[in-house]
Write a protein that binds this ligand. Sequence first.
Ligand code: ARG
Length: 394
Amino acid sequence: MSKVVLSYSGGLDTTVCIPLLREKYGFDEVVTVTVDIGQPEKDVKEAEERGKKYSDKHYTIDAKKEFVDALFTLIKANGDYEGYVLGTSIARPIIAKKTAEIAIEEKADAIAHGCTGKGNDQLRFENIFMQYGFKVIAPMRELNLTREWEIDYARKKGIEIKVSKEKPWSIDENLWSRSIEGGKLEDPSFPPLEEIFEWTVSPEKAPDQPEVIKIDFERGIPVALNDERMKGYELIRKLNEVGGKHGVGRTDMMEDRVLGLKARENYEHPAATILLTAHIDLERLILSRRELKFKKFVEEEWAELVYYGLTNDPLYDALNVFIDKTQERVTGWVKVKLFKGSAIPIARFSEYALYSEELTSFDTTTIDQRLAEGYSAFHGLQGRLYREIMKRKD
Ligand code: ARG
């Protein structure tokens, strides 16, 4: 008896994989695994129903808590790859780990996924599957299938199809972001249609009145919204709602995939935009100039590891130790104004602020300004010497 565990979303690609794994790869048993990372509940339910219907055994695993913990790490690192908030990227290793754990339990011979050979997800999944010692099967990549063929094959196998010709988008959704690719969007000169968005209204249609919200952070992690303490999952959900209402968090961008292919991506991520904006603002009040400068460099490395699906690299752990050290003081609050697509910090407070009104104010005499004279005498000394030498040489 040979058995394969399939990472299962319920969509066309992964559903077509089920009969393919039996017929083309000769597996006796196909077990499907769907991991809940805060995608819409109806998607999880539907994947469960389809998994039960078409595979031999189905598992639905709740990883929302683990995913929120990963998002907290992301917030502390101001997670951003080329302007993308890394929603899909940071979810993949968690999905892969949960799937591998089921494969161990099921004593499976291999793990399969439905990723193509052109994207990043194949790399992120397989890195983790191999870490657990599994042989990897990627039918979409290995069999070089076209959508037409898949639809035809699905019909023959009695699989219900939900993709329509008019809405051919490839969508990936979780608590942090919603990504929309494919169809006409593959032409970068084609502006996104309003119909691709589900979490956000268009900024033009957002309310004419701004809304100010307050977010409390403790050690770099958001803990309260408008003075009401809440768990991360609930807080992010609420911010997606309120931010979406104001048209906050749309991104239309060109992205450099790991393989070197450029891709046109559309995303929506209201909570991510609000939380990252607020967190960056609070850090600027608290961290030293040198911490901020060095952390930017660390963040760049951090984001690349996450985008590449290399969070099992020892460097990832080391960077997080540095980041956590800086976050020990990132406690305080930020007020953010939401208005027609923008999220702008307008007030902030922390007991750890390095800012001192007493020292900086135009209206105080705590600092004897004459002391700056000596500093100023040396400031730019080498530049002035250089200019003088060059003038003499002319
Ligand atoms: N470009 C993003 C990433 O690589 C999102 C990919 C979304 N995947 C999808 N199957 N639609 O993380």
